[in-house]
Design a protein around this ligand. Structure first.
Ligand code: GDP
Length: 493
């Protein structure tokens, strides 16, 4: 507001205190329109209140779900590299095509459905598998994926046992009470594998399998031969039934973008994972700052479908611009969708401008510091690295200012006299190109806490080798930063 009114922040705050708004004068307080109007008038402006300008679309609030129909569980397969995730997904996917009616070619759309045999389903007809490992935006998606995933199948190769990424997944799950874990001990077709050894190694990580008297279900499988996959599907079904996953199949459509791409002949195509409501041709959709009029929907077997319900993943073409992975998708009237898109675009531009200004300020400060060092009065005989502690510089972006403060407090304490974290910049909102630029010039690592990392930002970061730590779990961020700082310590022989 101070910027718009072209006064300094301290002057605005003084005015607020004079007007008896002392409490509102803190940095992170969100002003109501009424207060903003009063203040603007204090500075001789004649503001116009435009409620339209703040228009946006929001998901309708969930009602009591116990009477709603069951929906398919959404399952993510995770595990250490080479433990067989891709092979398992491929085998499951081909099962889905063989059993489905289309019998056609599988399409990689980021998700696919596997039918549940009638004898085990108990009302549940399908399982939806997310199929995203190796995806460029996967790390960003995974942080948000926790939002949509009901069940994680942790694949552990019987011939290799518990490895670093296995432990990572375990930590991820232990912090997310809404996600259920199923362990798939894979590659049991290999001669001489010792399943018991794997079970014990998992126990050492705090995972008590049912086979060991605990409560985590496990299945012995071979993704390669297909052995045990029926049991895996049954186990997933049983866990999903316990979770009692229900969603409104009639109301407003609400979902997430799984992936999007430009497809020859079809234009901008995106996979929508529907979480609630239904989708039909003719619907108007919004995702981030783009929109689509739904003409044709297809599923992962490439067949056109007329109606999609909760838990299903479908591709939708006709997007004005490509939406980003993880973006929220909503439907609304054509007019509402267009209005919301226009408003979101305006807001994004305003935010980008503010970040630009901040980035310039930080860059100036860095330049000043650099000059200060060069002109410093002490002759610099030892090299920088010998004299100064190793620094992990951080650019922190978070969803709200409260998170920024919490992260700042936690992260700035990490390190010792030899290596430490140093915060270069903090801000609220999604990762923008200016953040990437800033991280590049200041050689920083980006912390994206509970904020979107758009595709373009991921691509730019990858191209410029800028690490992005993206998570919405604060302990995970702290642990990651701690590890990165530890890695900076000179090795001791
Ligand atoms: P990912 O990195 O976890 O996706 O692992 P992949 O699916 O790419 O598998 C890594 C290697 O293990 C490949 O050579 C696969 O053929 C092999 N593999 C995967 N699953 C099995 C299995 O069940 N049995 C055997 N013997 N090999 C497997």
């Amino acid at each position: 507001l101070a910027r718009i009114l072209r006064v300094s922040l301290s002057r605005l705050q003084r005015k607020m205190r004079e007007a008896g708004m002392g409490e509102e004068a803190s940095y992170d307080h969100v002003l109501t329109a009424e207060y903003a109007v009063l203040l603007a008038e204090e500075f001789n402006y004649k503001p116009v209140v435009n409620d339209e300008a703040a228009f946006d679309l929001y998901p309708s609030l969930p009602t009591d779900s116990s009477t709603l129909p069951l929906r398919p569980p959404i399952v993510t397969i995770m595990g250490h590299v080479d433990h067989g995730k891709t092979t398992l997904l491929d085998t499951l996917r081909s099962t889905s095509v063989a059993k489905g009616e289309a019998g056609g070619i599988t399409q990689h759309i980021g998700a696919f459905s596997v039918p549940v045999p009638n004898s085990v389903g108990g009302g549940l007809q399908q399982i939806t598998f997310l199929d995203t490992p190796g995806h460029a935006a996967f790390s960003a998606m995974r942080a948000r994926g926790a939002d949509v995933t009901d069940i994680v199948v942790l694949v552990v190769a019987a011939d290799d046992g518990v490895r670093p990424q296995t432990k990572e997944v375990i930590q991820l799950i232990q912090r997310d009470p809404d996600v259920q874990l199923i362990v798939a001990i894979n590659k049991v077709d290999k001669p001489g594998v010792d399943v018991n050894k794997v079970q014990n190694a998992l126990l050492a990580e705090g995972i008590q399998l049912e086979a060991m008297g605990g409560d985590v279900p496990s299945v012995e499988i071979s993704g390669l031969t297909g052995k045990g996959l029926d049991q895996l599907v049954e186990t997933i079904t049983a866990v999903a039934e316990m979770q009692d996953l229900r969603a409104d199949s009639k109301g407003q459509a609400y979902g997430r973008i799984i992936e999007s791409k430009l497809q020859k002949g079809l234009g901008n195509v995106a996979t929508v994972l529907l979480l609630s409501g239904s989708l039909k041709p003719g619907a108007h959709l919004i995702a981030g700052t783009t929109h689509a009029k739904l003409r044709i929907m297809t599923d992962s077997t490439g067949s056109q479908i007329k109606v999609a319900g909760p838990g299903m993943a479908v591709t939708v073409s006709g997007w004005k611009e490509l939406p980003g992975a993880g973006d929220e998708v909503l439907d609304g009237s054509e007019q509402d969708v267009k209005k919301a898109v226009a408003n979101r675009k305006r807001k994004a531009e305003e935010q980008a401008m503010m970040v630009d200004i901040d980035a310039i300020n930080v860059q100036r400060r860095l330049d000043r510091e650099q000059r200060g060092r060069e002109e410093g009065d002490q002759p610099d005989v030892t090299s920088e690295t010998e004299k100064k502690p190793h620094e992990l510089r951080l650019v922190i972006k978070a969803d709200v200012s409260g998170s920024v403060e919490a992260l700042e407090g936690a992260l700035k304490c990490i390190g010792n006299e030899n290596a430490r974290a140093k915060i270069v910049f903090t801000g609220v909102g999604e990762i923008t190109e200016s953040d990437i630029l800033l991280a590049k010039t200041s050689e920083s690592t980006i912390i994206a806490f509970a904020v979107p990392v758009p595709r373009s930002a991921v691509a730019a970061a990858v191209a410029q080798s800028i690490p992005i730590v993206s998570s919405k779990i604060i302990y995970q961020v702290i642990e990651d930063v701690r590890q990165r700082v530890a890695n900076l310590l000179p090795s001791v022989y």
